[in-house]
Design a protein around this ligand. Structure first.
Ligand SMILES: Cc1cc2nc3c(=O)[nH]c(=O)nc-3n(C[C@H](O)[C@H](O)[C@H](O)COP(=O)(O)O)c2cc1C
Length: 338
């Protein structure tokens, strides 16, 4: 089956097409991975996922979504991540990390939050008014993305994924809903893409060319005047020389929830793959091997991510292979299960 065929991207060889997408566990202590993270990600490696992408990790304290999120803004944080990388490698999967800045969606207890424009995310009382970023703020956040990528390399990660989706800082710059700047970082699509382009360029100076760099995007804002997949295609065209794969999600710039149904984001992954001629990951309410096989087999995406399904069932990749007559090695101590 196509799902269990290997996939090579730059120096990364995946044993199958099943990805665990980043999912915040809000279980970090002092922003570093704990025993919980070793078990949580280790279990999905043991269960047969080809690639695990660690949850949104703040590149600065105020870049975290919450006080319980992971962070990689100082060198002292590297060893705990290196342990996690070793654990996942030992149990047979490759591992990436999603680097994020939350911008106006930060609810961590930090002094000040900031965003492209001083527009609050939601009237819900957990959100605060962000300050509009100065050019110095922009430069220092860009630098922090690069420094975090350097630390991810030192920790041994196979992939860096830049979080450009779900209404976090990069997405806030891209969308006209949250970016109403009148300088070179706003006004039109070219201006609104500038921050992303600079982040990608500086991350590449610290993340070797032979290693894959992923970008997660929201292909649709689901609000009038918001971004659509056509605009996202134009943006991807400007960075695709330096990015190796697009992880295609949607929504998050406003509190409006997408109307979701099985496979609802697969068409976006397919459109971007074809229009930009770049590998993609499809994600979103994909819960069966048939759906994965249909997506990969019909060249709609190169990889498929299973979020909540892998939370429910870490052994999905191995169990489904067994059910469908694909012979894969199980962890030796578990062989007597059959
Ligand atoms: C508990 C939870 C936490 C999440 N955290 C993140 C995150 O850190 N970064 C991200 O890009 N998406 C995050 N997501 C979105 C997932 O990566 C995925 O795109 C979404 O759950 C849809 O896929 P699914 O239907 O297979 O679960 C999260 C989803 C869940 C359920």
């Amino acid at each position: 089956m196509k799902t269990y065929e290997p996939f090579q991207i730059k120096d990364l060889a995946l044993k199958n097409r099943i990805v665990m997408p980043p999912m915040c566990m809000y279980s970090a202590t002092d922003a570093i991975p704990t025993d919980f993270h070793l078990l949580h990600y280790g279990a999905r490696a043991l269960g047969g996922a080809g690639l695990i992408i660690v949850e949104a990790t703040g590149i600065l304290p105020e870049g975290r979504i919450s006080d319980n999120c992971l962070g990689l803004w100082k060198d002292e944080q590297i060893p705990a991540f290196a342990r996690l990388v070793d654990q996942v490698h030992r149990f047979g999967a490759k591992i990436g990390i999603q680097l994020n800045h939350a911008g106006r969606k930060c609810v961590a207890s930090v002094e000040k939050i900031y965003a492209p424009s001083a527009i609050i995310f939601s009237p819900d009382e957990s959100y605060r008014n962000p300050a509009e970023m100065s050019l110095d703020d922009i430069a220092s956040v860009t630098h922090a993305f690069a420094a975090a990528a350097g630390r991810a390399l030192e920790a041994g990660f196979d992939v860096v994924e830049i979080h450009g989706a779900h209404g976090y800082l990069i997405n806030q710059f891209l969308s006209p809903v949250s970016n109403q700047r009148e300088d070179t970082y706003g006004i039109d699509l070219e201006g609104r893409s500038r921050f992303l382009q600079e982040v990608v360029r500086v991350v590449r100076t610290r993340w070797p060319t032979e290693k894959p760099l992923f970008l997660r995007v929201s292909a649709h804002d689901y609000v009038p005047g918001g971004m659509t997949v056509d605009q996202m295609i134009q943006i991807i065209e400007t960075i695709k020389a330096e990015v190796d794969l697009i992880h295609v999600s949607s929504g998050g710039v406003t509190p409006v929830m997408p109307h979701s149904f099985p496979g609802y984001q697969i068409p976006f992954a397919e459109i971007i793959r074809k229009a930009c001629m770049i590998p993609t990951i499809a994600v979103g309410l994909i819960t069966t091997l048939e759906m994965i096989e249909e997506t990969i087999g019909n060249n709609r995406a190169d990889l498929v991510a299973l979020g909540r399904e892998l939370l429910r069932n870490p052994f999905f990749p191995l169990l489904e292979a067994k059910k469908h007559g694909v012979s894969l090695p199980w962890p030796k101590p578990y062989e007597r299960a059959f």
